[in-house]
Design a protein around this ligand. Structure first.
Ligand code: GTP
Ligand code: MG
Length: 197
């Protein structure tokens, strides 16, 4: 799919104030600093559509971007950033949970996982919670440019095996790098497929 236009529309802390118009919507979630905003920029081919930072905790709102005047990409705050105050952590958790549980038009939630790390409890528990709430999701490995191809294969295989200990089947999995644009076509093709449903 070609991206012909990508426009920031609105930021919110409250899911009830998100765009009322019903379009297909794809949200990006994962631990702080995993590369959500960078991936959105990579997918849309816009350098600074979503704000990125080397410091975790950059995105704190629900950000809607209108793509090709047809569908939305949503950049969400990251979870699991321990340096935030307890109150801020509570608020962010509520924003994320309310969005995921209440946003009917969210067609797929992309859960980003840093390919360099072993499976983390916080991500595995988050995916369990998605399963319990019947939320459609896919897994996106990020930052693959930081690993050799042998290490990438080993890490992602380890991840799949860990998931298979608790899941009967695996969700769609994507292998990406915002630095070298790996996985862009695969992700956009998947979105295009879901847009037809
Ligand atoms: P929060 O909004 O804080 O939750 O973070 P985020 O998940 O949106 O991460 P962000 O896109 O801001 O990226 C965090 C850092 O990782 C930045 O310094 C990015 O440049 C870097 N980064 C993101 N994706 C990649 C990637 O694919 N490869 C490399 N090498 N660096 C990346
Ligand atoms: Mg971000």
């Amino acid at each position: 799919m070609n991206i012909t236009s990508a426009k920031f529309e609105i930021s919110n802390t409250d899911v009830a104030k998100c765009p009322a118009v019903c379009r297909h919507e794809y949200a990006f979630i994962g631990r702080s600093n995993v590369g959500k905003s960078s991936l959105i920029n990579m997918l849309t081919g816009r350098k600074s559509l979503a704000m990125t930072s080397s410091k975790p905790g950059k995105t704190t709102l629900i950000n809607h971007f209108l793509i090709n005047d047809q569908w939305y990409i949503v950049d969400l705050p990251g979870y699991g950033y321990a340096q935030r105050s307890k109150e801020m952590q509570r608020q962010i958790k509520k924003i994320i949970e309310d969005y995921i549980l209440e946003r009917q038009q969210m067609t797929c939630l992309f859960v980003l996982v840093d390919s360099r790390h072993d499976p983390q409890k916080i991500d595995l528990e988050f995916m369990e919670w998605l399963g319990e709430n019947s939320v459609p999701f896919a897994i996106v490995f990020t930052k693959l440019d930081k690993l050799s191809s042998a290490a990438a294969k080993k890490q992602t295989e380890k991840y799949r095996n860990t998931l298979l200990e608790s899941w009967e089947s695996l969700p769609p999995i994507f292998y990406t790098s915002s630095a070298d644009m790996r996985g862009r076509n695969e992700l956009l093709d998947y979105i295009e497929e879901l847009n037809q449903l």
